[in-house]
Design a protein around this ligand. Structure first.
Ligand SMILES: [Zn+2]
Length: 97
């Protein structure tokens, strides 16, 4: 789980979750602004790549669209729920590639 890069205190699931959708992640203890590390940003975006693959692969095997839809929604929900565990913080902002 995420650890503040300034005061080294670990954030709780709820604390990370609430900051998941913000670019700048302010520490609840010391107020220091942390940024998401490139490694964990990559890990999170990897999840997003699975969804188009499902929509390409499933029709090839004649799997009904409803399964693609259910699986896509499950992955999105899982991604949101697991995001706090995949989040690592760093001191500097990562420039998007
Ligand atoms: Zn802190």
């Amino acid at each position: 789980m995420a650890v503040c890069q300034n005061c080294n205190r670990q954030w709780s699931y709820k604390q990370i979750f609430r900051r998941s959708f913000k670019k700048e992640k302010k520490c609840p203890y010391c107020g220091y602004t942390n940024f998401i590390s490139s490694k964990s940003a990559q890990r999170i975006s990897w999840f997003g790549l699975i969804i188009p693959l499902i929509w390409i692969a499933f029709p090839l095997f004649e799997v009904p669209y409803i399964y693609s839809l259910i699986l896509s929604i499950t992955i999105i929900v899982l991604n949101i729920l697991l995001m706090p565990f995949m989040t690592e913080l760093c001191k500097r902002e990562v420039s998007p590639k």
